[in-house]
Design a protein. Structure first.
Length: 138
């Protein structure tokens, strides 16, 4: 019982720390972009912008249950993961596009972003590798 309580406490603490905005935006190394503003990020992740860095934009989301996705969507898109899902259902019903690809982990996001020139995603700061380029968010 004591182990379960400690495990739950550790998970909650990790979620709170990650939710505090502890994410970075990553792009493919071939992308010349060095920084991006939140309005442009929002346009990319809501399908309003179709190109990025001279390539077809490929936004990559984390699994909606992750603390990183919650932090990013709240901070950038100004929606909860639930509201974001509803937004995309409505867009698809209207024929206005498809939701961005979802990856289950930071490693999966990094793998996809490193292999697609127009990809843009977000991961926990601690997960970044040299396979991708981190860009600053203004």
């Amino acid at each position: 019982m004591k182990k379960m309580i400690l495990s739950a406490l550790l998970i909650c603490t990790t979620a709170v720390l990650s939710f505090a905005g502890d994410y970075v935006v990553v792009v493919n190394k071939s992308n010349a972009t060095a920084s991006i503003d939140k309005a442009t990020l929002k346009r990319l992740f809501t399908g309003k912008m179709k190109d990025f860095g001279g390539k077809v934009a490929v936004p990559i989301n984390q699994d909606m249950s992750s603390a990183t996705a919650k932090a990013f969507l709240t901070d950038v898109v100004a929606q909860s993961p639930e509201a974001y899902k509803e937004f995309w259902v409505a867009q698809q019903i209207k024929g206005l596009g498809s939701a961005p690809m979802i990856q289950r982990s930071d490693a999966a996001v990094l793998g996809v972003v490193s292999s697609i020139p127009g990809a843009i995603g977000y991961v926990a700061k601690a997960s970044v590798t040299d396979a991708v380029k981190v860009i600053s968010v203004q």
